[in-house]
Design a protein around this ligand. Structure first.
Ligand code: SF4
Length: 340
């Protein structure tokens, strides 16, 4: 029988667990220290726990870290890790170094059910949810974990389709008893599932990124089926209710496709729909994937598009493409090629 993992449990869950085993309540805090603050990977190494406690824990639980089974490194230093999940599937994690930053891009699901036209993960289909432990393992169990400065939930999956576990993972990352990271170093990216968005904004202080990709309803429906159930207009109405002018930020991700969403009409409509929202737009180059008619825009149009948005007063950046040679760039994560 596979033992339940300790890694990925919140302090409250650890407290319940130790009390149920007849251990003192303070053991939970000691456990959290070993799990989230120290460089150990077995219950045996938790030396300030009594022998009895260690034995009881070992009999019933595993520490719960899972090692990557494959690591690839790009010419630009980006690394991609392949992690097995508890259900015998695989997920990918990217680590992107950039000057004094190390950003980890984590997956929140195995595959994805959202079916966005431009995304390799979407083509893979949905294969399962990740637990909070499996999400945090992608940060804690890479060699660079002590140097990680930023975390983005932009890997495989739609975070708001696995919100309980995603919120639990951000709690572990930001709590004093956990990794004690600032929530301002964490960005959760979603295509805009409105009920999930409302809950996320209420329960987390992390930054928000919304995959926008086109301001027009009809066009967005074709690119992203989520637009049918949760139109962008509803997403933006919800965002308007919140203050993004201070510590918490909202950004909009926009993959620029040739001849599809890169025209002056798109610039004008973007400015209209985002009026009154303090935000930034990240323009993303499209990396071709098999079986799609979509093409990336050319560099001159990309720059023109950026300048057009800036003239409308919207802070806009063009995201550098990283890790493309190892398929770690945006929209390219798919374990199919790796696990064959
Ligand atoms: Fe899923 Fe995100 Fe890919 Fe859409 S872009 S299919 S939500 S992983």
């Amino acid at each position: 029988m596979v033992k339940e993992a300790l890694f990925g449990k919140t302090l409250d869950e650890l407290q319940e667990l130790v009390l149920n085993m007849g251990l003192p309540k303070f053991t939970a805090k000691q456990l959290a220290d070993w799990l989230y603050k120290k460089e150990v990977s077995s219950i045996e190494e938790m030396t300030n726990l009594s022998k009895k406690a260690r034995q009881l824990l070992t009999d019933n639980y595993s520490f719960g870290l899972t090692n990557a089974t494959k690591i690839q490194e790009s010419v630009d230093g980006t690394k991609k890790y392949l992690f097995p999940t508890n259900q015998g599937k695989f997920i990918e994690t990217a680590m992107i170094p950039d000057r004094d930053r190390k950003t980890v891009c984590v997956s929140s699901q195995v595959g994805c059910k959202m079916g966005c036209l431009f995304c390799m993960t979407g083509k893979q289909g949905f294969q399962g949810q990740l637990s909070a432990g499996e999400i945090v393992n992608q940060i804690r169990n890479i060699p660079e974990w002590q140097e990680v400065t930023n975390i983005v939930y932009m890997g495989m999956g739609e975070p708001f389709d696995n919100l309980d576990e995603v919120l639990k993972s951000t709690q572990i990352l930001t709590s004093e008893w956990g990794f004690a990271m600032s929530p301002r170093r964490i960005t959760v990216s979603s295509i805009g599932i409105v009920p999930g968005l409302v809950r996320f904004l209420n329960e987390s202080e992390a930054h928000l990124a919304i995959s926008l990709h086109t301001p027009f309803h009809d066009e967005r429906q074709k690119l992203m089926p989520v637009e049918i159930a949760y139109p962008l207009e509803e997403v933006l109405n919800e965002i308007r209710e919140w203050d993004f002018g201070r510590q918490r930020r909202v950004s909009f991700e926009y993959i620029v496709f040739h001849g599809l969403n890169d025209t002056p009409a798109h610039v004008r409509e973007m400015a209209r729909i985002l009026d009154g929202i303090k935000c930034r737009i990240n323009l993303i180059r499209f990396h071709p994937i098999p079986n799609t008619p979509l093409k990336g825009t050319d560099e001159a149009t990309l720059v023109e598009f950026k300048e057009g948005l800036e003239k409308k007063g919207i802070t806009t950046t063009i995201r550098a493409s990283r890790g493309q040679d190892i398929y770690a760039a945006c929209g390219l994560l798919s374990t199919k090629a790796l696990v064959k």
